[in-house]
Design a protein around this ligand. Structure first.
Ligand code: WT7
Length: 633
């Protein structure tokens, strides 16, 4: 497949594109957007202010993103493989879908949605394993103009229920069961529990995948039955550039997870643009992103980005350590994967399983290997580069967020300087700055500042679902006229960015984002808990672990309480939020105004008791001593 002009190949091209994107951003994006298939072109490229925020790209443009993901490839590439599905069981049948077959699957699924009362603007919640139908379901929603809200199938029924209710979803799409490694979950039963409080849901479509017997009720429709009645023809619904494409819930420092909203036109342009440039996809390359479709990485780099680019994308149902810890490398070899994209937590876990595992596989097909989700430490970077990339593939450390929709700062394949632990330069079109806490621009390099973006980009967050004020407060109020990322970062003398990590009360556990308040609220539901405080601490594999300081009205049996609290958190949020350490304490370090000083708890959690700093402003400094001594009652 021919490379479009905006897929940059050299440092010179990068510099030229970057300069143009800053000096004339509208022309820069206008030319790129012009290469897509629109029903009607836009009147102007961009209208924006960050104070609303009010951000509009490709104004009055009309399109359907799925015509760009699928239909436009049918002329020349109908028989090219779009999706390769590698199942959980090693050796079980692989499934593949060409673009022509994808077209038919998505059309039929679109008819299933419409036949069951879904129309433009309705919200559809998708709670599925990593099966091709997850991609078909997302695309079918987009094709009929419904707004999908994918919920990671590791979230508990409570977490699912909260998300369904917040979006007032009319339909839930799920499967009978899910398998990951040796674990099995009966998803339909989890949905049944979740739906007890969800009055908005009119239909549950269940895909038969594991064949397990599950609870069904009057809301249920089996996917295979509906499919047999559905026509393979469907005319995509016309959408405005700024119509919502999807909602994806993510955690913040306060309150419940918020629904980040992305819209059709801008997200489309940036998903394709960033995919092509970062991974340097070419010809018949096979691209593999190991994320789950429940996260933004799965949305942009399993479904939309690769399909927009007409790529062949591998989708994997299983886990890196099943049946053995060489599964990733085995799959790379089996399918001749050219671009491979995973998370530091997986790299660290596999690194601990021994060099001999990746060393058995030459992986000669690999050209680009990527990392995403959290800072990658130098040891993991070097190991990945040596044992997986064999010093031959380019390593891209990609920094971005659910809110940014696509990769913002990263090397582009093997273009430019690759420096361990540095994400690199911003993509053309992205204008990052480092600010001081007071909001002053930090122009000198080498110092840590707060990472903000001063100009809009097409795939940026537009709002948080039905709560625009929250969007404004969280992202656009810390600094005037800037989008604030919540991350701290440094820039070196060549302009390469190094991301240090979150500066707010968000912790990053195995690349999953959790709000400390969210975990505390779950812990506080235990009947004997009076108060709790959660902080992150360095963890060898997960990056950050969860450390919970908990005050109970009485602690009769520490071990039993610990287990109960763990269960509470697992059932309210999901297993990913289960604390690694729970310490029962008699008090928490608070200021005179009653604010918990997490800085002190973070020091205690990582064992630096001797570096607590000034604790004289505490209401009762003696609690610190009690915590260090391990006083419980
Ligand atoms: C947070 C966003 C975007 C995909 C997955 C996570 C951290 C993300 C990197 C990186 C250092 C990173 C940041 C960011 N993060 N990528 N390459 N280096 N930190 O999406 O759940 O929205 O989390 O993940 O702290 O703010 P997310």
């Amino acid at each position: 497949m021919a490379k479009p002009f905006y897929q940059l190949s050299t440092e010179e091209e990068y510099k030229k594109a970057y300069n143009k994107s800053v000096s004339n951003p509208e022309e820069f994006w206008d030319e790129i957007a012009n290469t897509f298939q629109w029903r009607k072109k836009w009147d102007n490229v961009l209208n924006w202010n960050f104070s609303g925020p009010d951000i509009n790209w490709f104004i009055n443009g009309k399109l359907n993103i799925t015509e760009n993901c699928i239909d436009r490839h049918l002329k020349e590439n109908a028989d090219k493989t779009a999706i390769i599905w590698e199942p959980n069981e090693d050796g079980a049948p692989v499934k593949t879908y060409t673009y022509r077959q994808l077209h038919e699957e998505v059309n039929r699924f679109s008819n299933v949605l419409v036949n069951n009362g879904i129309s433009k603007g309705d919200r559809v919640c998708i709670y599925l394993p990593m099966i091709p139908e997850a991609a078909f379901a997302m695309l079918a929603c987009a094709r009929v103009g419904a707004i999908h809200s994918v919920v990671f199938a590791g979230f508990s029924s409570r977490a699912l229920s909260d998300r369904v209710q917040d979006a007032k979803a009319k339909m839930v799409i799920t499967s009978d069961g899910l398998v990951r490694g040796k674990k099995k979950l009966l998803l339909r039963n989890i949905v049944a529990e979740a739906l007890e409080d969800c009055t908005s849901v009119e239909t549950v479509i269940t895909i038969r995948h594991t064949g397990d017997k599950v609870e069904t009720n009057h809301l249920d429709k089996w996917y295979h039955v509906e499919l047999s009645k559905a026509s393979p023809e469907f005319e995509a619904v016309e959408m405005d550039s700024e119509d919502e494409l999807f909602i994806l819930y993510t955690s913040g420092s306060t309150g419940k997870p918020k629904g980040v909203v992305h819209t059709c036109g801008g997200y489309m342009v940036y998903a394709d643009y960033s995919f092509r440039n970062v991974f340097q996809y070419e010809g018949d390359d096979i691209f593999w992103c190991t994320a789950d479709v429940g996260w933004i990485t799965g949305h942009t780099y399993i479904v939309y980005g690769p399909l927009l680019a007409g790529a062949t994308c591998l989708m994997f149902e299983g886990i890196p350590t099943y049946p053995e810890a060489d599964r990733f490398w085995k799959v790379v070899e089996k399918h001749n994967v050219n671009e491979f994209y995973t998370a530091p937590t997986a790299i660290r876990a596999l690194m601990a399983c021994g060099d001999d595992l990746p060393d058995k596989y030459p992986m000669e097909s690999l050209k680009v290997i990527g990392s995403v989700g959290e800072p990658i430490n130098v040891e993991a970077w070097e190991w990945y580069n040596k044992h997986v990339g064999k010093h031959r593939a380019a390593l891209v450390d990609t920094w971005w967020q659910t809110e940014t929709g696509g990769i913002m700062i990263s090397n582009l394949g093997n273009i430019g300087e690759h420096k361990p632990t540095h994400a690199g330069l911003p993509l053309p079109g992205i204008q990052p700055v480092l600010l001081t806490a007071e909001g002053d621009l930090m122009e000198e390099n080498g110092k840590e500042g707060l990472l903000a973006i001063k100009f809009p980009w097409p795939s940026m967050i537009r709002t948080t679902w039905e709560d625009h004020e929250r969007c404004k407060n969280v992202y656009f109020s810390t600094f005037k006229d800037h989008y604030f990322t919540g991350d701290g970062a440094k820039r070196d003398e060549n302009g390469l960015y190094r991301i240090i990590g979150r500066v707010d009360d968000v912790i990053n556990v195995s690349g999953h984002r959790l709000g400390t308040a969210e975990v505390e609220n779950a812990i506080n539901e235990h009947e004997h808990v009076i108060e709790s405080a959660v902080v992150g601490f360095p963890h060898d594999i997960k990056g950050q672990g969860i450390y919970a300081f908990v005050i109970c009205n009485e602690v009769l049996d520490e071990n039993a309480y610990r287990a109960e609290i763990e269960n509470k958190v697992s059932s309210i949020i999901g297993k990913i939020a289960k604390p690694d350490k729970i310490q029962f304490v008699t008090g928490l370090p608070k200021t005179r105004s009653g604010k918990i000083m997490r800085r002190i708890l973070r020091k205690i959690a990582d064992g630096s008791h001797d570096q607590l700093g000034d604790i004289s402003t505490l209401l009762d400094p003696s609690v610190v001593d009690d915590i260090i001594k391990g006083k419980v009652n």
